[in-house]
Design a binder for this molecule. Structure first.
Ligand code: FE2
Length: 158
């Protein structure tokens, strides 16, 4: 367990803010509003902490994703299995799939550059984090199977 906690030490404040924001949203979806609020407070705290922007680039993000898949997912799966936590195991399965998809998309972006996202839409599944790049999202999320209405468009920053 200590290994999991210590692995947060290499993140920038912005990355921690995004991480805790996602955890807050995850708790919200599970109707765990107290935890959602606490993670939301952490997200807000780290959003206000001055710090360096991530300088790792897409290769660095991709490498970090792989590190998470290799180092964090196995003990999380082990703990979830020991506790017969089916919800956690399902969330880990989704997170594993989504992380691999994002890693693949980062590779495509690194190869094709910004043209990969130009003139197309990007959607994110609010339930599992699945990213879809294209004109229209699929009828159901291929990872968690929720209907398309749960796939939100990502707004472009001018
Ligand atoms: Fe999904």
């Amino acid at each position: 367990m200590e290994k999991v906690v210590n692995s947060f030490s290499g993140y920038t404040p912005g990355e921690l803010s995004a991480l805790f924001s996602n955890l807050s949203k995850g708790c919200e979806k599970q109707y765990r509003m107290e935890m959602a609020g606490l993670y939301g407070e952490l997200a807000s705290y780290y959003a206000g902490v001055p710090g360096e922007e991530s300088t790792t680039g897409f290769e660095g993000i991709s490498a970090r994703l792989q590190d998470d898949l290799d180092a964090l997912f196995p003990p999380a799966r082990e703990i979830s299995t020991e506790n017969s936590d089916r919800g956690a195991l399902r969330a880990l399965k989704w997170a594993d799939k989504v992380s691999r998809i994002v890693k693949s998309q980062l590779g495509r972006f690194a190869t094709k550059g910004s043209s990969f996202f130009r003139d197309t839409n990007i959607y994110v599944c609010e339930i599992c984090g699945f990213l879809f790049v294209g004109d229209e999202p699929p009828e159901v999320c291929p990872v968690c199977k929720v209907p398309r209405i749960k796939m939100m468009p990502i707004k472009r920053v001018a």
